[in-house]
Design a protein around this ligand. Structure first.
Ligand code: NAD
Length: 493
């Protein structure tokens, strides 16, 4: 889905880049409109930063790296302690910004920031986390040890749906490990990152250690092709994740690329179905279904089918849809008019494939927000398990219900699916839970959990087409990703 490119001239703010410790207007020829998706208004413009300015940012980062890597880790993390404090103090302002540019509710924005801050906290443990190890006397009088060193300039390319949290999956670990970091935020929600960077500036972090370049494909390509970029972290849709992974490899860089999802929740008849329906509704419709861990398929097994379908339809109908800063709103808009049109097309596709709409959220009219990009929660019952709708990530508040006869049948379906981001099971049976956890092919597994999002000291996993790479974001994986191992064999004659 393209974001409209416009020429300069209109009166909204044009976002600057942050290069070498200074805010700089870009000399870009093309700019991207940034919307408030609840009102449909353009609220800012972001430059499509050209390759020569990307080069300046990477060169400034490289220069800063030479000094930064020599700063002791315990001193490096002092800037992160300050950042944590500033993020807490500015939580309200940041949450409002997320809601305004991304559409999710204020509470969802606060939750996202809490998850981001958690990563800053974990990265403060780098002095311990990046320690190496040593063996004395691998041969007589010879010792051998492993040390972890930073890579150099590393970049992150992030998606629209968590503009506060996802940059913080990477930035704190990258710089705590001694790297210089360049962020290319989403071309649809770049304002939150600007505000976070202003807070980073207040910490007094040495110039050039972090930079920010706005843009879309051309800017990403310039980063991927740059010889001084050592590593790439990407989060976004699967086709782009695959493209970035392949291109990073072609240019000799390490990469971790998180992609899209189609997350199933299996519900066994012994689970407390009304309570489960509430949890599944929150997972499927929260953030307007625009979470990579949103439940998009519910698989009620056996006699759970009918009562679960009834309960989830009630939950969907009851959700209050609107602008996320307004009182009582539970579901915001989707990100763009094109996203709304696409989601509505998939609802129609589901009906064409033979499903029944228990709740149809198309043609939503929200008083006062007639130009917003709203789709109300939708429940499609009896979606064919091997059809287009069951296969495709819709990324909107649409839950497909696919009843199945047995847990084995459900696990088989999950394992055949090309995505493997999350899979959840609701049951009271320990035996069923163990079987599911053991057999299911997905990176994040929830047992009686609706959004199985790992905390910051665990990796954010992902399998199959939901992840390309070896080391994931967050936790120890992040430390390994952002450091290279040096093994020293030492003897004193
Ligand atoms: P997207 O793939 O459109 O964009 C992601 C980033 O890539 C953005 O910074 C964008 O500017 C850039 N980009 C877009 N097209 C590009 C191209 N052709 N070449 C190079 N760069 C390009 O994703 P999105 O719409 O911003 O985000 C939603 C997607 O992200 C969903 O598929 C969702 O499942 C996924 N996501 C995954 C995770 C996860 O952890 N697996 C987390 C959040 C979101």
């Amino acid at each position: 889905m393209a974001t409209t490119a416009t020429t300069v001239g209109a009166k909204v703010e044009v976002l600057p880049n942050y290069v070498g410790g200074a805010w700089r207007p870009s000399k870009a020829k093309e700019f991207l409109d940034i919307y408030n998706p609840a009102t449909g208004e353009v609220i800012a413009r972001a430059p499509c930063t050209p390759p020569e300015e990307v080069d300046e940012a990477v060169r400034a980062a490289k220069e800063a790296f030479e000094e930064w890597r020599r700063v002791p880790p315990a001193e490096r993390v002092q800037y992160l302690y300050k950042l944590k404090r500033l993020l807490e103090e500015n939580l309200d302002e940041l949450a409002r910004t997320i809601t305004i540019e991304c559409g999710k509710t204020y509470q969802e924005s606060v939750g996202e920031l809490r998850r981001g801050i958690e990563n800053v906290e974990v990265a403060c443990g780098i002095p311990t986390l990046m320690q190496g190890y040593l063996s004395e006397d691998v041969a007589r009088g010879i010792d051998e040890f492993l040390i972890r060193q930073p890579l150099g300039v590393v970049v992150a390319i992030t998606p629209f749906n968590f503009p506060g949290m996802i940059p913080l999956w990477f930035l704190p670990y990258a710089i705590a490990c001694g790297n210089a970091f360049v962020l290319k935020p989403s071309d649809k929600t770049p304002i939150t990152a600007q505000k976070i960077y202003k807070l980073i500036e207040e910490t007094g972090l040495p110039k050039g250690v972090v930079s920010l370049v706005n843009g879309a494909k051309e800017t990403v390509d310039a980063l991927l092709e740059h010889p001084d970029v050592q590593a790439v972290s990407f989060v976004g849709s699967t086709p782009v994740a695959h493209y970035v992974y392949a291109k990073a490899a072609q240019h000799g860089k390490r990469a971790q690329c998180q992609g899209g999802a189609k997350n199933p929740i299996v519900v066994l008849p012994d689970a407390p179905l009304e309570r489960v329906a509430k949890i599944v509704a929150e997972s499927a419709f929260g953030c307007a279904g625009q979470r990579c861990l949103a439940a998009s398929v519910a698989i009620p097994v056996g006699e759970a089918a009918e009562p679960f379908a009834e309960a989830i339809a009630e939950e969907a109908k009851a959700k209050k849809v609107g602008f996320g800063l307004d009182e009582g709103v539970e579901v915001g808009p989707v990100i763009r008019a094109e996203a709304k049109a696409r989601v509505e097309r998939f609802i129609q596709k589901g009906l064409d494939e033979g499903a029944q709409a228990l709740v149809d959220g198309r043609n939503a009219k929200i008083p006062g927000y007639e130009k917003g990009f709203f789709v109300k929660p939708t429940v499609l019952y009896g979606v064919p398990p091997r059809g287009e709708v069951a296969k495709t990530e819709i990324f909107g508040p649409v839950l497909s219900v696919i009843p199945m006869k047995t847990l084995d049948e459900a696990i088989r379906w999950v394992n055949e699916h090309h995505y493997g981001n999350m899979a959840c099971l609701f049951t009271r049976s320990g035996e069923a839970a163990r079987k599911f956890r053991y057999e299911v092919q997905a990176g994040n597994v929830g047992i009686n959990i609706g959004v199985a999002a790992p905390v910051a000291y665990f990796p954010f996993s992902g399998w199959k087409e939901s992840f390309f790479g070896v080391l994931h974001g967050q936790g120890r994986d992040a430390v390994e990703f952002y450091t290279q191992e040096k093994v020293v064999i030492e003897r004193w004659l």
